[in-house]
Design a protein around this ligand. Structure first.
Ligand code: GZL
Length: 322
């Protein structure tokens, strides 16, 4: 009798091991039901754009039947690196993240590569010579966004124009590239000058604090160029506190086109917004499924986006998703 029980127990144990081993063929931790597991390391929750981006990713994962492990790095690179390492240890099928800054990723991405876990860059890219460290980049062309902002100012200002610039997070791709594109366009007009520039870290409070300092230190400010709506909204608070009229005494150009920014644009407190689309979730999940299935994907997938004047914002607001 004991022999029969022992034999049965071995059979059960062998079956269990075999079942566990059956998903071993994949790089990651796919459950036996074949469900893909994605580890996503998000930048943080610093802006309305980020909130919309997170919502899009979480909703798209649920809709795609992808098991999402999600972390918020509170805008700290070391937290994103820790999250990526934890996903590697958990043997997820695919890792996706929005690098808070452009540099310092090669070591951890090499660890993911050695663990045979594909990586997708979303929203922000990295500055690395080794493009084998990630499968694709899904996001905006930030230089083009800066160009659109610069083009609008060149077409909508005459004579001496003093610009103060609220930069995004130091070292972040959108901050570097939005500055680059804007400066490329205003170079055609020597009478348009950036007279002060400083990071507001993409936050409303950061934009307000820096604008307060600019208003004290920099005479004759004509235009604010803010790398995102949230810093522009902070600048509006500072401009009003200084007894000036935002959108009139000091005109404001921002990037993102989140609802609060679009409302300020419709109200005439912001003058022009360049859209940066945060709704990347659906495309991300499609790319993840293709990559896990071993299919080829393009090395770069640039999102569609536009620009808004005040009148266009009034028309778009009722249907605005974020
Ligand atoms: C841009 C994104 C930026 C947004 C900011 O794709 O990385 O980060 O423009 C956000 O609002 O904080």
């Amino acid at each position: 009798m004991l022999k029969k029980i022992a034999t049965a127990a071995c059979a059960v144990l062998l079956g269990t091991l075999t079942a566990c081993g059956s998903s071993g063929g994949q790089s990651g931790g796919s459950a036996d039901d074949g469900k893909i597991t994605m580890g996503f390391a998000q930048v943080g929750a610093e802006s309305g754009w980020r909130t919309a981006n997170t919502k899009s990713i979480q909703e798209a994962a649920a809709a795609a039947g992808i098991d999402l492990k999600f972390s918020d790095a509170q805008q700290k690179q070391e937290n994103q690196i820790k999250a990526i390492r934890s996903y590697i240890q958990q043997k997820v099928d695919v890792i996706a993240f929005s690098p808070v800054v452009e540099t310092g990723w090669d070591t951890v991405l090499l660890e993911a590569k050695r663990a045979n876990i594909p990586v997708i860059l979303t929203d922000r890219s990295i500055d690395s010579d080794d493009t084998s460290l990630y499968k694709t980049f899904l996001g905006s062309d930030f230089v083009e966004e800066g160009r659109k902002a610069g083009d609008w100012l060149v077409a909508n200002t005459q004579g001496e124009t003093n610009v103060v610039e609220l930069q995004g997070t130091t070292g972040a791709a959108p901050a570097i590239d939005r500055k680059k594109g804007f400066e490329e366009k205003i170079a055609a007009r020597p009478d348009i000058k950036i007279v002060a520039t400083q990071t507001g870290d993409f936050t409303r409070s950061g934009g307000k604090q820096v604008m307060e300092a600019f208003l004290k230190s920099t005479p004759d400010i004509d235009v604010v160029y803010a790398h995102n709506d949230d810093m522009g909204l902070g600048a509006i608070e500072a401009i009003k506190a200084a007894g000036k009229v935002p959108g009139q005494d000091i005109r404001i150009i921002t990037v993102d086109a989140v609802k609060d920014g679009m409302q300020a644009l419709a109200n005439g407190e912001i003058n022009f917004i360049v859209e940066c689309n945060p709704l990347l979730g659906g495309q991300l999940m499609d790319l993840a499924k293709k990559i896990v299935a071993g299919e080829e994907v393009p090395p770069r997938v640039v999102t569609e986006e536009t620009t808004f004047t005040s009148e266009q914002a009034k028309a778009a607001l009722p249907e605005r998703k974020y």
